[in-house]
Design a binder for this molecule. Structure first.
Ligand code: CU
Length: 70
C-alpha cells in the first residue's frame, strides 16, 4: 500500500539543500515521490509501506545532514 508522510525539516537554507534532500529521498527504494520545499520547510513523501518505513525515511533526512522536527 502506498502511504504518505510529511516531515518538518530543520536546517535547510536554500534550494540547493531542498534539492539535495529531494534527490536523496527519491533514491530510496520504495519511495514513489518526494517533494521538498523551503517554505514551509518540509518533505512530503509517498512511499510503499511494504518496502520502507517512516523511520528509515527519517534516517535518510538525517544522513543528508538535516533534522526532522516534531
Ligand atoms: Cu542550501
Amino acid at each position: 500500500m502506498t502511504a504518505s508522510v510529511t516531515f518538518k525539516v530543520e536546517g535547510m537554507s536554500c534550494t540547493g539543500c531542498s534539492g539535495k534532500l529531494q534527490k536523496a529521498l527519491e533514491a530510496v527504494p520504495g519511495v514513489s515521490a518526494a517533494e521538498v520545499t523551503l517554505e514551509p520547510a518540509q518533505a512530503v513523501i509517498q512511499y510503499d509501506e511494504a518496502k520502507v518505513s517512516p523511520s528509515a525515511l527519517k534516517d535518510t533526512v538525517e544522513d543528508v545532514g538535516f533534522d526532522v522536527v516534531g
